[in-house]
Design a protein around this ligand. Structure first.
Ligand code: ATP
Ligand code: MG
Length: 572
């Protein structure tokens, strides 16, 4: 069979990011005013390789890459690898794969660790100019000296160390003469500054730890604030965009660059993406993985890019969602239904239709001859170019258990004794009788069909109220189907009582496995990542756990679009 349309291999050019926001205005004005002369707009995406990227990072990626693209600029992928204890190559690899999957390609691949030598030289320069000093206070003492928002800090007794002594001690820190935590290098700024980040921030700490790239070359490592701005400057980054929690760090970002007299990169902050029913703390996501509360970083319930991808989300939908969400200067939270709406919209155009019965009930057509026939079915009614396929039909079929009621409740229009319905693309049938097992459960429904209604319409113009999907029993493909719900059962996963725990809010029904669903046989040709709409059921994609013998399908989303409803309500 032909499969669903491939995801756009050149997604980068698919549709312009229509983020209308202050970041674009800022860049446009800098281009116009030639703030950086004729230099190109340069941005960077700076993940710390201490976990997998999540949907919040997707927003940052779209902003960093998307805005640079719009202005003919360039974007570097820079790993912020200043914390050797938590960083791993596995994360580096996954981050690169995720950025590319979203449809972006970096100009240069950089690592903060490439700049360790330069950062060290600059630290020596600041020491020589009396702008940095080695402090022997313990971490606790430094904290006690820092003061509070309302009280100024106190100078360290080591603050006035002579330059020569600072130089000597710093070189010896680097040479490994001192144990972890015994000394730090601090910037000498202002212990009374109203901004706590400016109260002599730590620049370097001693850490005898092996680094994923520099091995044991270094036993002092720069702090984020000392490394980030200077790394931007080294790469001639014009617009360093990050999330709002770094706004208080901006004066320090500028201070280092000004003291060193290097390329004047500037930082701009935007709001973090938050989603209902979703938790985006890397540390907590790691905990979900290590405590095996999910099946790895790419569990389809995870908000990681790899999880979302495996679930069947597409880069086009993620980018369209991020563009619609935009960027602002205040943090908020988005309804997850909005993301789902963008995904349904994309899959509705892209995914081929197929028939799949998740909870099968045998249906026998008593007046249908032995043998089989094939009915022609459109692959995607939204897209005539997707073509048609032949689906086998025979005397014994499967229908959904939910599509039959022996005693129909009011307004139940599906199959019940004496009632006539349409089998999609096939025939009208009328239920006649049921067969039950010893416990009284219905195991078979018997019906008759109207041979004149082939194709799904009766020549006498008779109407039926319901159209049902079906799969020929003899031809059916048995498959495992995994149904997902939100990972957390509360809109705000952090809403738990005192003494409670985030993980108390995990949704116990977030995964339901259907071991033996019955699928139309064309799905045997599905490839990993192919998307389908199982008619009347939802959007699905083939999971990499599939083998030659057993296919596994993930439900990306059910069909019901609750966001459309929310919007309609809001409009009234
Ligand atoms: P942590 O600092 O706790 O390890 P982080 O999520 O900030 O986690 P980074 O690797 O530092 O992870 O993030 C890389 C970039 O992605 C940063 O510029 C950060 O501002 C941005 N980013 C992280 N989370 C979000 C989010 N929820 N929404 C938008 N951007 C985000
Ligand atoms: Mg961070």
């Amino acid at each position: 069979m032909t499969n669903s349309k491939p995801e756009n291999p050149d997604a980068r050019n698919a549709e312009p990011l229509t983020l209308s926001n202050f970041l674009r205005d800022q860049i446009a004005s800098d281009v116009e005013k030639k703030t950086y002369g004729d230099a190109v707009i340069q941005t960077r995406f700076p993940p710390e390789p201490n976990g997998y990227l999540h949907i919040g990072h997707a927003k940052a990626i779209c902003i960093d890459f998307g805005l640079a693209d719009e202005f003919g600029g360039k974007t570097n992928l820079r790993f912020d690898d200043t914390n050797p204890e938590k960083e791993e190559q596995e994360y580096v690899d996954s981050i690169m794969a995720d950025v590319r999957w979203l449809g972006f390609e970096w100009d240069r691949l950089c690592y903060a660790s490439d700049y360790f030598g330069q950062l060290y030289e600059w630290a020596l320069k600041l020491i020589k100019e009396g702008k940095a000093y080695v402090d022997d206070l313990t971490a606790d003492e430094i904290r006690q000296h820092r003061g509070t928002l309302t009280e100024p800090g106190k100078n360290s007794p080591y603050r006035e160390r002579p330059v020569e002594e600072n130089l000597d001690l710093f070189v010896r820190m680097k040479n490994g003469e001192f144990p972890d935590g015994s000394r730090v290098l601090r910037a000498k700024i202002d212990m009374a500054s109203p901004n706590l980040n400016m109260r002599d921030p730590v620049m370097y700490r001693i850490l005898h730890a092996e680094h994923h790239r520099t091995g044991n070359e270094w036993c002092i490592y720069p702090m984020y604030d000392y490394a980030h701005g200077q790394s931007d400057s080294i790469e001639n980054v014009t617009h360093s965009m990050c999330t709002l929690e770094f706004a208080d760090h901006q004066p320090l970002y500028r201070w280092y660059i000004e003291q060193l007299g290097i390329f004047p990169s500037r930082q701009f902050e935007f709001d973090r993406l938050n989603l209902t029913y979703t938790m985006l703390s890397k540390r907590k996501l790691l905990q979900l993985v290590t405590e095996k509360r999910v099946n790895g970083w790419d569990d389809p319930r995870m908000p990681t890019i790899s999880g979302i991808r495996r679930r069947g989300f597409t880069p086009e939908a993620l980018r369209a969602f991020v563009a619609a969400v935009g960027a602002s200067r205040t943090n908020g939270s988005q309804d997850i239904e909005m993301l789902e709406h963008f995904q349904r919209d994309d899959l509705n155009h892209r995914a081929h239709r197929a028939m799949a019965v998740l909870r099968p009930l045998k249906l026998v057509i008593d007046n249908y001859p032995e043998g089989e026939e094939f009915v022609e079915v459109a692959n995607n009614p939204e897209d005539p170019s997707a073509g048609t396929r032949q689906v086998p039909f025979s005397r014994e079929l499967y229908i959904e258990q939910d599509d039959f009621r022996e005693v129909p409740p009011p307004k139940y229009y599906r199959l019940s004794p004496g009632k006539e319905v349409r089998l999609r693309n096939a025939y009208f049938i009328t239920a006649q009788s049921v067969v039950k097992d010893a416990e009284g459960n219905i195991v078979e429904v018997h019906c008759t069909y109207d041979p004149a209604s082939r194709g799904g319409n009766s020549p006498d113009g008779r109407k039926v109220k319901s159209t049902m999907h079906w799969v020929s029993a003899r031809h059916a493909l048995s498959a495992e189907v995994r149904l997902y719900e939100h990972l957390f059962s509360k809109p705000d996963p952090f809403d738990f009582p005192e003494g409670g725990d985030l993980f108390d809010n995990l949704n116990p029904n977030s995964l339901e496995v259907i071991p033996d669903a019955k699928l139309e046989p064309s799905l045997a040709a599905a490839k990993v990542g192919d998307h389908f709409q199982f008619e009347r059921v939802g959007y699905f994609c083939l999971d990499p756990d599939s083998t030659g013998e057993k296919k596994v399908f993930n439900r990306t989303l059910a069909l019901k679009d609750t966001w459309a409803k929310i919007e309609k309500k809001a409009a009234v």
